[in-house]
Design a protein around this ligand. Sequence first.
Ligand SMILES: O=C(CO)[C@H](O)[C@H](O)COP(=O)(O)O
Length: 232
Amino acid sequence: MSTSQKERAALAALELVRDGMTIGLGTGSTAAFFIEGLGRKIREEGLEIEAIPTSQASDALARKAGIELIIPDETTVIDLDVDGADEVSAEGHLIKGGGAALLREKIIARAAKQFVVIADESKSVTELGAFPLPIEIEQFGFALTVRALRDMLAGEGHEGVELSLRHNEEGSFVLSDGGNFIVDAKLGRIREPVALESALNMIPGVVDCGLFIGMADQVIIGTADGIDTRRY
Ligand SMILES: O=C(CO)[C@H](O)[C@H](O)COP(=O)(O)O
């Protein structure tokens, strides 16, 4: 069996797992390799692991893999969170939310002692923005929120940016697990991601955006014949 770049990155992240850990489980096809591998590792090594999934999809995968899931309380220490990304910049800033799970992913990444990103080489970029930035917005007044987004982005030098409410193949709006809409913003090039994240999250109706700035402690990129590990 040939190992894909995504799987290679996920297998490397499994090396960080220790007995007794509480682990955040990301969302997407790369995170799925980690979840399946974690299930195998728990069975083979008899580890005591508790996990917190960042989406209903990862919840279902983890249950299938036999991983014990918990709902965190205020005392919960998340030792490690492993998740994928849509883009990773040289500084370790991320665009996430291609799977509409950005809010839950950010809550868990923010709370984790160690946030590790796993990705294939195609996700590694010099500057963020080629991947449309996912923005999670409240359903109420969504058209007004989209207008406010457009106005703010124009003021920040992103005039005429294409904003689209995400639809599925049947033409229905895609909803996050929390029941919110997702707007995808084709920005092309994000020159000031720190300022942009703040400006987006200030708009009433915006729940969160897919910019993860300065959050990753480690990025593991699967390559054709190995891994490229970056620590921040
Ligand atoms: O942010 C995410 C989901 O909201 C995913 O981590 C991101 O879309 C990467 O997915 P994949 O591993 O399938 O390429």
